[in-house]
Design a protein around this ligand. Structure first.
Ligand code: PGA
Length: 248
């Protein structure tokens, strides 16, 4: 499929290292990098590697800006289950990023639609995202763009599927009913506007959605399949996640 470069590595550790090095190299090349970031279990080891690299003197984050893909609605950034706190624990606390350059959707904003517009404008104002990191849900979602009859281009409010709430329960004391029912997410068009995209997936549970993403037709039922239209996407997989990919 055009525009997508697939790299299959031996282990999830190797995927984490490859993602960390992709980010570190981009940061070295452009110290004022605008980085789109993802939460979820998959990038956590890469973030740990970036913290280690920074501690060892590799990686100056002082001029970098970050924009995370999504956030739960109805909880404050200070809530332990928020993606903002997740990023603080897994990455931001361990690197010298300027807090003023960390951008997040505010799920506690009084007017959530206006908050989505503000985020789009903030991305536009810094000149767009240079490198967007993506995980993928088992159902093919990217950010919180869930499968359905349509996909929304811009940053928007989303009603989360039960399966997604279950997947996020570990952040909320393992109780899916505690996971907010709504979230805010960059839209598919927002993601596609990033100049470069790196999608990471590991484990057998991701084998089907990855095969659909890279070999299937483009469909709103597999939101990640739209990445096929982007010219500069890299997909980093371990062997288990790559098991059903057909050579193109
Ligand atoms: P995971 O989540 O990395 O925890 O599998 C990915 C996602 O849902 O986007």
């Amino acid at each position: 499929m055009c525009g997508v470069k697939i790299t299959v590595l031996d282990s999830s550790d190797a995927v984490a290292r490859a993602l960390a090095h992709t980010i570190a190299d981009a940061l070295r090349e452009k110290p004022g990098l605008v980085l789109g970031l993802a939460t979820g279990r998959t990038p956590v080891d890469a973030y740990a590697e970036l913290r280690r690299m920074h501690e060892g003197g590799d990686g100056d984050w002082s001029r970098a800006s970050t924009f995370n893909l999504d956030e739960f609605a109805g909880i404050a950034a200070s809530h332990r289950g928020s993606f903002r706190q997740f990023m603080q624990r897994h990455l931001f606390d361990g690197v010298n990023i300027d807090p003023a350059r960390i951008h997040f959707l505010n799920g506690a904003a009084a007017n959530l639609d206006a908050e989505c517009d503000r985020y789009e404008e903030a991305i536009r104002r810094v000149g767009g995202i240079d490198l967007q990191v993506l995980g993928i849900g088992r159902n093919g979602h990217i950010g919180f763009n869930e499968p359905g009859d349509e996909l929304i281009t811009r940053t928007h409010r989303v009603r989360l599927l039960q399966s997604t709430r279950r997947d996020n329960a570990p952040l909320f004391g393992d109780d899916p009913s505690e996971v907010p029912a709504e979230a805010l997410s960059m839209g598919i068009g927002t993601i596609l506007q990033a100049r470069r995209i790196v999608l990471v997936a590991t484990g057998a549970k991701k084998a089907d959605c990855i095969a659909q993403t890279v070999n299937g037709s483009i469909t709103t039922r597999v939101p990640a399949s739209v990445l096929q239209v982007h010219g500069h996407v890299e997909v980093l997989l371990d062997r288990a996640a790559a098991a059903r990919v057909r050579p193109t």
